[in-house]
Ligand binder design. Structure first.
Ligand SMILES: NC(=O)c1ccc[n+]([C@@H]2O[C@H](COP(=O)([O-])OP(=O)(O)OC[C@H]3O[C@@H](n4cnc5c(N)ncnc54)[C@H](OP(=O)(O)O)[C@@H]3O)[C@@H](O)[C@H]2O)c1
Length: 229
């Protein structure tokens, strides 16, 4: 049984991953802004799951630490929350950059910093960052996704650096760069597009990788896509 924190769990891939992990018997703390979504998650996941409203753009570290302290150690952190910015590059404003990098890079980076002492206590911790094929070097790129893809590339790079810095602390760090998955995020950004993978199936894979991947990978940025990059 592992202590797991997952962000972006009020809907989509994070929701499905959290349900699976809690049903497997892990102790899950789910974070997101939307409490209604988190309450629905709790209903599905059962008593192994606790939740807390948390905004990555305005992180309340004190409130989070109060919630985490009784867990004593954190074995898995899944930085899954994401913000998909879709705009031509020339129209991207400073507010857009701040939001995309805030949710996709600065928020996860801050979480990793404040949770470090709890991750260290695990002795075999795993940080799983959720990137995107758009941020994977050499992949096919799509117009309108430059800001989003750049923020995902940043978290991929930080993954490699952090794995090196924290290897003596026994904190592994990997990044999975997802291809299209059928979620509300995808439907909002690309109406009508049918992804080859469901959110539930991706949740199954993430639950497996988050709890086992650190035994085989560290500092790796891995494409998770059934289509050619
Ligand atoms: N779906 C795809 O095709 C696809 C492809 C590649 C990568 N990904 C990545 O996979 C991850 C999950 O994607 P998804 O499709 O499941 O997305 P989604 O349905 O839009 O869910 C995103 C989650 O992130 C949370 N979130 C957004 N802004 C936040 C903030 N400021 N603070 C805290 N939480 C915040 C949302 O919760 P609240 O609104 O409640 O805060 C929500 O639970 C993301 O990192 C995404 O970039 C998805």
């Amino acid at each position: 049984m592992k202590n797991i924190i997952i962000t972006g769990a009020s809907r989509g891939i994070g929701f499905d991953t959290a349900v699976i992990l809690a049903r497997q018997g892990h102790r899950v703390l789910a974070l997101s802004r939307n409490e209604e979504g988190l309450r629905a998650l709790k209903k599905e996941a059962g008593e192994q799951l606790d939740f807390m409203a948390f905004d990555l753009l305005k992180p309340d570290a004190g409130a989070l630490l109060e919630k985490v302290r009784p867990m004593e150690q954190v074995d898995v952190l899944i930085n899954n929350a994401g913000y998909l910015l879709k705009k031509p590059f020339e129209e991207i404003t400073n507010t857009d950059w701040s939001r995309a990098f805030g949710v996709n890079f600065f928020g996860p980076a801050h979480l990793m910093q404040i949770l470090r002492p709890f991750l260290e206590k695990s002795g075999e911790a795993h940080i799983l960052n959720i990137g995107s094929m758009g941020g994977y070097q050499g992949s096919a790129k799509f117009p309108g996704l430059s800001g989003y893809s750049a923020s995902k590339a940043a978290i991929s790079n930080l993954t490699e650096c952090l794995a090196e810095e924290w290897k003596e602390k026994k904190v592994a760090c990997n990044c999975l760069c997802l291809g299209a998955v059928q979620t509300e995020m995808l439907a909002e950004a690309f109406p009508g597009l049918q992804a080859p993978v469901s959110s539930e199936k991706m949740g199954e894979f993430l639950a497996y990788f988050a709890t086992s991947g650190h035994r085989f990978f560290n500092g790796k940025v891995l494409p998770v896509s059934v289509s050619t990059p």
